[in-house]
Design a protein around this ligand. Sequence first.
Ligand SMILES: CC(C)(COP(=O)(O)OP(=O)(O)OC[C@H]1O[C@@H](n2cnc3c(N)ncnc32)[C@H](O)[C@@H]1O)[C@@H](O)C(=O)NCCC(=O)NCCS
Ligand SMILES: Nc1ncnc2c1ncn2[C@@H]1O[C@H](COP(=O)(O)OP(=O)(O)OP(=O)(O)O)[C@@H](O)[C@H]1O
Length: 241
Amino acid sequence: MKKVIGLTGGIASGKSTVVDFLISLGYQVIDADKVVRELQAPQGRLYEAILKHFGSDFIDETGQLNRAKLGALVFENREQREKLSLLQDEIIRKELYHRRDQFLGRENADVNAERDFRENTDEKPREIADVNSVSNFSGSKIYRKLPSVNQLLFMDIPLLLEYGYDGFDEIWLVTVTEEIQLERLMARNHFTKEEAKKRIDAQMPLAQKRKFADRILDNSGSLEMLKKQIEEALLAVNREK
Ligand SMILES: CC(C)(COP(=O)(O)OP(=O)(O)OC[C@H]1O[C@@H](n2cnc3c(N)ncnc32)[C@H](O)[C@@H]1O)[C@@H](O)C(=O)NCCC(=O)NCCS
Ligand SMILES: Nc1ncnc2c1ncn2[C@@H]1O[C@H](COP(=O)(O)OP(=O)(O)OP(=O)(O)O)[C@@H](O)[C@H]1O
């Protein structure tokens, strides 16, 4: 049976890092931030609506949406953030559910989507070395099977809990300590402490998100530690199928 796993977290908690690893293993991922960027591109379904409601000040000289400028506005001002959400939410939600339904075979996929799906589909079972196995010490590795790549779909949705997305078989939460989240966000986006805090405060606190999660991936440590937790989570999906 196919399973849909909702992947969420906080801003800069490491969702894309988890996604990169899942993709390297061959899994299919719907990345909500990427879908939003596609919809916000000129000709995209969100572009005209944003232009109409926020004005041409938010369009740059190449005709693209100036996301940095819009981001600065909406994270500064809750009312503007709600206005943007009202404008975008339904269209984004429909698109994400449509893509999920294509994976589940609930809709007739269009030609391109179907082709992409087939190109990404690989029947081979994934195998990884069991990192906890004693036999590793004698040099021979024990392999345990990961779920096959066409059995699972991951949906990376930053605001999954805030916006009440549903229909997942499991929810995985990528979490970090508040200090590390702030540090990584400032470093990645070159934000001041104040700018970073505003973005973090626009989301449900990670401590609160924990109670909605079926699995917690703690990304406060190294990338290696994160990968081990992802492998364990994948093996658990297989055990519980
Ligand atoms: C405000 C926008 C233009 C800023 O763009 P920018 O390129 O600066 O940021 P980016 O899109 O890469 O988002 C980075 C992160 O910010 C966080 N974030 C984005 N929008 C919001 C929001 N409205 N509230 C809280 N956090 C948000 C998410 O963790 C996201 O991963 C853009 O994020 C946007 O359109 N956001 C709304 C997206 C949305 O409604 N998504 C719903 C499905 S998750
Ligand atoms: N274990 C780790 N150790 C050190 N740096 C890390 C680790 N995991 C992620 N990072 C770095 O932290 C930053 C945030 O990670 P990432 O972009 O994956 O977060 P995200 O949750 O996808 O963010 P957003 O919500 O903004 O899309 C990136 O610069 C990434 O390279």
